[in-house]
Design a protein around this ligand. Structure first.
Ligand SMILES: Cc1cc2nc3c(=O)[nH]c(=O)nc-3n(C[C@H](O)[C@H](O)[C@H](O)COP(=O)(O)OP(=O)(O)OC[C@H]3O[C@@H](n4cnc5c(N)ncnc54)[C@H](O)[C@@H]3O)c2cc1C
Length: 391
């Protein structure tokens, strides 16, 4: 364990790290998993109780919903990520972390009391309903393709549509639903479960850390009172932007923690395992893989800190979070892949968490914007800036 940096975030991070290493990691072999390998709600509730007892539940949110800075959050969330079970245990997991952030920023007092408080206290989970099935031609990489509709009828908004890959929808207590009115995109907050929101199926996916999996959902005549619209009709994308950069970055923070742990495991393997008369780490190809990991991990950390500092200035940091998301997810993919390689057959087995980290990072290169979509939007900006500078 590294010595904690000074300050409140350092102290919180040290407590979280001790909790994750001493209490959460021993649960990694706990068999309470759903059909797609994610921890069951029973297991998560047990871990949350332990986190509450240890004073590390929702550690990034302070009393009265005050929040650590993004730079401080980076340190703390990285520690929760040291185990794939850590974010769920400490209540820093997606999509709850991003949803809590959004509600803390834009929720009215009654909304905060009704929906945010139970989330912060770890009494329920939440889901964010934006993406739609590709087979329907709905929103995916391009959110403007949204097909789910919201129509104001008889004093309430009525929502119809289908959603896909909705993390944690199964078992959630709070939902943030995006739909399109005549004015444009809208965000609604609703209690779950709701008879008008039906889980059609939960596909098996490559990853397995997120409780509830990633559901395909049918929304059929969901009625939402106007006071449960977040912002105004047509402002949904603007409001979603507030959540966008911090939520993207928090994935980077947690998965950096997971890859730091994978590297620890690979380093231990390479130092103990022998081949051709010496320990693996003394074979240059192996040593170089671990050295390249060290470099990628540090670059990922610095990219996260750079972007966090920009969000902390009050900027939406859309460009910077795109750059950070691409750089970090791609670097971590290389790290996870090298850890698997260094460990040979053990690396692809579930004897350690390394194979799970590899699978999780593979999915991370897609959600919160695939790499190509971020690069494409950065290229558009480069073109725009060049045109502006030459006029
Ligand atoms: C594990 C997981 C969890 C998720 N959780 C949620 C959730 O909780 N809530 C939610 O709303 N959504 C969620 N999503 C959905 C996620 O946001 C989408 O998968 C993502 O936006 C991509 O959309 P798509 O899958 O429809 O891919 P498509 O839009 O079909 O894109 C496929 C591929 O096309 C390429 N591509 C697309 N556009 C461009 C471009 N402009 N330039 C170059 N290449 C391009 C990219 O390589 C991309 O990967 C989750 C997804 C996953 C995998």
């Amino acid at each position: 364990m590294n010595p904690a940096p000074p300050g409140r975030a350092g102290e919180i991070a040290a407590k979280v790290e001790a909790f994750v290493r001493n209490v959460v990691i021993p649960y990694e072999k706990d068999p309470r998993r759903d059909h797609h390998g994610a921890p069951t709600d029973e297991l998560v509730a047990e871990l949350k109780d332990l986190a509450r007892h240890a004073g590390v539940l929702t550690p990034h949110i302070l009393g009265e919903h005050g929040h650590l800075t993004q730079r401080e959050t980076a340190l703390v969330l990285q520690k929760t990520g040291l185990s794939p079970l850590g974010p769920a245990a400490c209540n820093t997991a997606a999509p709850d972390e991003g949803n809590m952030y959004l509600l803390g920023k834009i929720g009215t007092d009654p909304i905060k009391q009704r929906f945010l408080t139970p989330l912060v206290e770890g009494r329920c989970r939440s889901a964010f309903f934006m993406s739609e099935p590709a087979v329907d031609g709905g929103a995916g990489s391009d959110p403007s393709m949204m097909k789910t509709t919201a129509v104001f009828e008889d004093g309430a908004w009525v929502i119809h549509g289908r959603k896909a890959f909705i993390t944690g929808a199964q078992g959630a207590g709070v939902g943030i639903v995006m739909a399109k009115s005549d004015d444009g995109a809208c965000l609604f907050i609703v209690d779950l479960p709701n008879a008008a929101i039906q889980i059609e199926r939960i596909p098996n996916t490559i990853d397995s850390s997120m409780p509830g999996g990633h559901a395909v959902v049918r929304i059929d005549g969901l009625r939402v009172p106007s006071e449960q619209m977040l912002g105004k009709s047509g402002e949904g994308f603007q409001y979603a932007q507030i959540r966008l950069s911090p939520a993207r970055l928090s994935h980077c923070m947690r998965w950096l923690g997971a890859c730091l742990r994978a590297q620890e495991i690979a380093v231990a393997y390479a130092n103990r395992r022998e081949a051709f008369g010496k320990v693996l780490i003394e074979h240059e190809a192996v040593g170089f893989m671990l050295a390249e990991n060290m470099i990628d991990l540090k670059q990922a950390e610095l990219m996260i800190e750079w972007c966090a500092d920009i969000i902390d200035t009050g900027s939406l940091a859309t460009t910077e979070s795109s750059m950070a998301k691409v750089a970090v997810s791609e670097a971590l993919m290389r790290v996870a892949d090298r850890c698997v390689q260094v460990m040979g057959g053990t690396g692809v087995s579930d004897d350690t968490i390394v194979e799970q980290v590899f699978r999780e990072i593979r999915a991370f290169r897609i959600y919160d914007g695939p790499t190509e979509v971020h690069k494409w939007s950065l290229a558009k900006k480069i073109k725009r800036d060049w045109r502006a500078s030459t006029q």
